[in-house]
Design a binder for this molecule. Structure first.
Ligand code: MSP
Length: 659
């Protein structure tokens, strides 16, 4: 029989900043789902990657003084970059796409041309609102209080010649897809999309830009670059080899089974994406699942709000598996959830240290203590089972199906809840059977004790298999401790009670999930976050202060005044000098030359209020008089001199004396 296939994707991440725990959430969820499907026997393709074009990246690169490609290379490939983070988090993606990869670039150009040739992309002129941080166009009616409806930040007016995609043409088909199929999940997201975007009327979408260059060029019209969302969405197909020779998996895996995406990008995935695929006459993905956000103090995590949580710090402190588990166990996948370090530690202590950790360590310790690490043959059977034996066995035997139903409906939190019901049942079984009491009379109760411990090992094995997509490393260690070989770590064997050999070699190994001291850990986390913040600050060197003192009268001889820049220009034949014409409040223009052309463009200084010392004797510079000196702040950063002209409030009048 042909192996069933499963193609799952995460969104491709903007490498504009270091990723935080919110980004990690989606990728861990996708990874757990991919691992579950592999376990269940599917041939899985799991794709992730980075979305590297757009104005935001271009601007950030400029600020950093590097090219956009250099900028994204560092965040994607560099230390603690995107790839590093996925490695640390044990993400098992089969492929990683970068939208700057050549094969993707040329495929997107072909896609754009195809839609143009078909008449679904046409040239027009764009007037509207643009949110630069979100790279999103909005119509007036979509704005919320005049701001971007996604992030709440101000938008800017935009008008330019542009290409448009006939989104309006596909409005009815998209409505039908959303309303009458299970394409978009959870169902609550359908109402959001229909009410907010389809009901008001879908307008054609602007799909090219001319005001910046960091994008995929429209090859038949130089000057235009492809709108970053068109470029980004098609990654799901180009990464399989669609319209390129890099890969050859398109026929095998497309259409995708599911795209996991955060709720703010559901609009792109459930309206624009299917409409473009319809235009391209390509099959649609089977599902889009819009998960919720991890919130911090009730708001979305973001670098600009300064409230991001560093997954590196958490993984180092608590372990990768504990962090993965926490993310999946605590927050219902379709809803928002409030992240806190306290909740993380509490979950680890309750579920992992107490429930799972205790079950494993008590069971393996008792097999060691009472049977020298090996139960006797025949311990599987019991001629007169107690009701709690039957109950535990029934629950553990039914677990795989209950878990599967939850995973299939993209509810990993519920799948984990099912597993923990069995773990808790098994711990209760220890109390009910009181093995330590049975052990007091081994002659009479030895066989019963062996049976009880076998049941505990078997329940642990089944839970271990179903937890392995969430905590792969720890479950490998758990299997070693209970003596479960590879052939009974399988999906099939998770539905077979009694698959563990009766005489398996059991060893009480390391404590997989040590209990965490909440107060100590919180204090350490705060310290680590503080240290990371400091380390992220640029290394700044300031000149040592002078120790020689000047008396007050001498100091007062220097005349500092507020001056307004009336005109400013580069001095011909000089790379360094700017010439200022200043209003110093005397009614006569003052000319000052200043060697700051490296840091400022003349036009950005006109109108500014600066500080000048005005009673220095005039000095000739490049043949011109300079009457005074402008005051700046100077420091060294990464070996480079940095200069900031002292600018003061424009309400201060020209000529005001500074004292
Ligand atoms: N580049 C686009 C996706 C293009 S897909 C064709 C993008 N990138 S992103 O880096 O901004 O976000 C990537 C994913 O991280 C999104 O699904 C987003 O919802 C998710 N998250 C970012 N912060 C998050 C939380 N605080 N919580 C949960 N997920 C969050 O969007």
């Amino acid at each position: 029989m042909e192996q069933k296939k499963f193609y799952i994707t995460t969104p491709i991440y903007y490498p504009s900043d270091k990723l935080h725990i919110g980004h990690t959430y989606c990728t861990v969820a996708t990874d757990a789902m991919a691992r579950y499907k592999r376990l269940a026997g599917y041939d899985v393709m799991f794709l992730t990657g980075t979305d590297e074009h757009g104005q935001k990246i271009e601007t950030k690169a400029k600020e950093a003084g590097v090219t956009p490609k250099e900028f994204v290379d560092k965040i994607v490939e560099g230390p603690q970059g995107v790839k590093d983070l996925w490695k640390l988090m044990n993400i098992s993606n089969d492929r990683f796409i970068r939208t700057t990869d050549d094969y993707h670039v040329s495929a997107v150009q072909k896609i754009f041309k195809k839609m143009y040739d078909k008449g679904d992309i046409y040239k027009g002129s764009y007037k509207g609102k643009y949110c630069t941080p979100c790279e999103s166009f909005w119509t007036e009616s979509q704005l919320k209080d005049g701001c971007c409806p996604d992030c709440g930040r101000p938008v800017v007016d935009a008008e330019e010649e542009a290409y448009f995609f006939r989104l309006s043409k596909y409005a009815d088909k998209v409505r039908d897809l959303l309303e009458n199929t299970d394409f978009l999940q959870p169902r609550s997201r359908v109402n959001e999309m229909v009410k907010n975007f389809i009901d008001p009327g879908l307008e054609d979408l602007c799909v090219s830009r001319t005001s910046f260059t960091w994008g995929i060029p429209v090859d038949f019209d130089p000057g235009h670059v492809v709108y970053v969302w068109v470029d980004a969405l098609f990654n799901y197909t180009t990464a399989l080899g669609f319209l390129n020779d890099q890969y050859n998996d398109y026929d095998k895996y497309w259409p995708a089974d599911v795209h996991f995406v955060g709720k703010e990008i559901v609009r792109f995935h459930s309206i624009i994406w299917p409409a473009m695929l319809m235009s391209m006459e390509m099959p649609l993905p089977k599902h889009v699942f819009g998960h919720g956000w991890l919130l911090l103090d009730g708001g979305k995590m973001s670098k600009s709000k300064g409230n991001v949580v560093d997954p590196y710090i958490l993984a180092e402190k608590f372990g990768v598996d504990a962090l993965r588990f926490f993310l999946m166990r605590t927050f219902p996948f379709g809803s928002d959830g409030n992240f806190s370090n306290e909740l993380l530690i509490q979950t680890i202590n309750t579920d992992l240290a107490n429930d799972l950790g205790n079950l494993l360590s008590r069971t393996t310790a008792m097999v060691g203590k009472y049977f020298d690490g090996q139960l006797p043959a025949g311990c599987k059977a019991c001629s007169a089972p107690e009701p709690f034996d039957t109950d535990l066995i029934a629950m553990a035997s039914a677990l795989r199906d209950a878990y599967e139903a939850q995973m299939e409906s993209y509810a990993p939190h519920n799948a984990l809840a099912e597993v923990f019901k069995v773990i808790q049942r098994a711990n209760k079984y220890i109390d009910e059977t009181a093995p330590w009491a049975l052990a007091k009379d081994m002659e009479t109760n030895g066989a019963r004790l062996a049976h009880v411990l076998y049941n505990l090992l078997e329940a642990t094995r089944i839970c271990g298999i179903l937890l392995s997509p969430f905590m792969p490393e720890s479950m490998s260690k758990l299997f070693v401790q209970i003596g479960a070989a590879a052939d009974i770590q399988t999906w099939d064997s998770a539905a077979v009670w009694g698959a563990l050999p009766e005489t398996a070699a059991v060893t009480k190994g390391e404590n997989l999930f040590p209990r965490i001291d909440m107060d100590k850990a919180i204090a350490e986390l705060e310290e680590a976050a503080e240290a990371a913040k400091k380390a992220a600050l640029p290394a700044i060197e300031v000149e040592p202060q002078l120790t020689e003192q000047v008396d007050f009268d001498t100091f007062c001889k220097s005349d500092f005044r507020a001056v307004k820049v009336k005109a400013c220009e580069n001095v011909r034949k000089s790379e360094k000098l700017l010439k200022f014409i200043l209003d110093d409040g005397t009614g006569v223009d003052r000319q000052i030359l200043s060697g700051i052309a490296k840091w400022y463009k003349p036009e950005e200084l006109v109108g500014k209020t600066l500080v000048a010392i005005v009673n220095l004797p005039p000095r000739k510079m490049m043949g011109r008089d300079s009457c005074g000196m402008l005051i700046s702040a100077v420091h060294m950063e990464k070996g480079e001199e940095c200069l900031h002209l002292l600018m003061i409030d424009d309400s201060i009048p020209a000529g005001a004396k500074l004292c």
